[in-house]
Ligand binder design. Structure first.
Ligand code: FAD
Length: 478
């Protein structure tokens, strides 16, 4: 109990026994599988930094719920300061791991539940909030990582959950028992599901009367009977398995499809069951928090990209090229705008009836729209600066080959005095930063597709206030 060290976190995952498949095979040792382990290491950084003097004050705080020190990745915000800390920590971690550290999604579910369960109880006289608080105590006391089970399979996108030919396209309750519920469905793109102790399930969209079975929120351990994790492919995954030509030597990301094959959830872990009216509030609250999280960590990832581009300029002899310096500026201002928007969303946060603070959803969604476009631009600039070997660098095995390795090293040389190995390593890192599909696609779709951000902005922004301002200037009185 209490804060876990990095080693204790990894050992706590080893003690679990999830059902996992990858590349058509059952994986029994998750923690030592190199591909999954690289993702676990990224999440482990959230534990490691909490132990380090340099970061401890930023990451560890006292929970008002259990009155003990906790990692902020288990803390729903109860002040503006807490909201701001979320962004700063995410930037710090994004910069440290150069990919997704994977622990924010679960926190964002905790934040949403901390607000919405209270609101449901006020209207329905239910006891979800108290149940949630008991679960939160468990998460905080044991310093657990949670995964966000939000995105459903969704089938035909033009049809609502209840109208799908296969009713399991959205996760649903298939049976209610005296001691709990049985759920069936699939949650897809589950970032770090095997780096997590618990999976928190929320509805993925607004629902209407008649769709009560889909209005369900709960949490279960990731090795619960009936849960099946199928680790998805991503562009550079085989290199991690083979242990060769790896760009980011320390960390990576993986996103399983998680199937709920008739999973039992005890009532004390059920935080919503049938209250269709609150499905949209749940998903809006979660996704707005999550879009704010992205603003921090993706700014941190651009920091790594800037560092890589700058180093490559030194290695290639272009450090003095003025267009490269201009391109660095273009990368920097993109990182800072993203970060600034997420910070602003925090400073404009407001206290909710449960006592938890919620960010400004318009600013958080504006940040995410910016990310979808500008991360791609930052990647383009980094690749432009680095050169063509981002795409087709020979394998380390060729560099080690006695027949061709020497020749390859000769022609891979850049500026005199820079070891060839360093130039090769930096090209590989840039390839990973630019072309890792799990990261690249998450810039666009993570936390919802771009259109979802736009729709949220339009729904949440005060348009009347803007109209009033214009009419006043034009002298129109109504
Ligand atoms: C790397 C990565 C990590 C992720 N991690 C997580 C995670 O940890 N947990 C989690 O729950 N989810 C996660 N997601 C899922 C993410 O939230 C979804 O990918 C996103 O919401 C889009 O859903 P989709 O992929 O099903 O695409 P779709 O919803 O199929 O969207 C594809 C396109 O179709 C459009 N579209 C869809 N439906 C309609 C419609 N009815 N009318 C008009 N246009 C429509 C969309 O706007 C978009 O342009 C992750 C995604 C990625 C890529």
């Amino acid at each position: 109990m209490g804060l876990k060290t990095k080693e204790e976190y990894i050992e706590s995952l080893r003690a679990m026994n999830p059902t996992v498949y990858m590349f058509g095979q059952r994986i029994t040792n998750v923690v030592d599988n190199p591909r999954i382990r690289a993702g676990i290491e990224a999440t482990a950084a959230t534990y490691e930094l909490a132990e380090m003097d340099e970061y401890k004050d930023l990451i560890v705080t006292t929970s008002p719920l259990i009155n003990e020190p906790v990692n902020r990745f288990t803390l729903p915000p109860s002040s503006i300061e807490d909201l701001v800390a979320r962004v700063k920590i995410n930037r710090t971690l994004g910069r440290r791991v150069g990919t997704c550290h994977q622990r924010c999604t679960g926190l964002d579910c905790l934040c949403a539940l901390s607000i919405v369960t209270y609101n449901i109880d006020q209207e329905h006289g239910t006891e979800y909030h108290q149940r949630f608080l008991e679960f939160l105590k468990h998460v905080q006391k044991n310093d657990l990582t949670c995964n966000a089970g939000v995105t459903d399979a969704k089938g035909d996108r033009s049809l609502s959950p209840g109208a799908q030919p296969d009713p399991d396209m959205y996760l649903r309750v298939v049976e209610k028992k005296a001691d709990g519920i049985v759920v069936r469905g699939a949650k897809v793109h589950q970032t770090g599901s095997l780096s997590s102790h618990e999976i928190i399930v929320l509805p993925t969209r607004a629902l209407k009367p008649g769709e009560e079975d889909y209005a369900v929120a709960f949490a279960v351990p990731t090795d619960t009977k009936g849960l099946i994790h199928v680790v998805g492919r991503s562009t550079l995954d085989l290199r991690e398995i083979e242990g060769c030509d790896i760009g980011n030597r320390l960390y990576s990301k993986y996103c399983p499809t998680v199937i709920f094959d008739d999973v039992f959830v005890p009532w004390e872990r059920v935080f919503m069951c049938g209250e269709v009216k609150f499905a949209s509030q749940m998903v809006l609250t979660f996704s707005s928090f999550h879009r704010q999280s992205h603003g921090g960590c993706k700014a941190g990832k651009i920091d790594c990209m800037i560092g890589a581009a700058l180093t490559m300029m030194e290695y290639n002899g272009t450090a003095g090229a003025s267009h490269h310096r201009q391109k660095l500026i273009d990368m920097i201002h993109r990182a800072e705008t993203l970060y600034g928007c997420s910070l602003a969303a925090s400073y404009e946060g407001k206290k909710q009836p449960s006592g938890t603070f919620f960010i400004d959803p318009v600013l958080a969604n504006a940040s995410k729209i910016h990310e979808g476009k500008e991360m791609a631009e930052a990647i383009r600039l980094m690749v432009d600066i680095a050169g063509g070997f981002v795409s087709d660098l020979p394998s380390d095995r060729d560099f080690e080959n006695p027949e061709v390795g020497g020749l390859l090293r000769k022609y891979m040389k850049g500026v005199d005095g820079v070891p060839v190995e360093n130039r090769i390593r930096m090209f590989r890192l840039i390839e990973k930063l630019a072309l890792e599909s799990a990261d690249f696609v998450s810039d666009i779709h993570g936390g919802g597709s771009p259109e979802a951000h736009r729709v949220t902005i339009l729904r949440e922004v005060d348009l009347e206030e803007k109209k009033k301002a214009a009419k006043r200037l034009a002298g129109i009185e109504e």
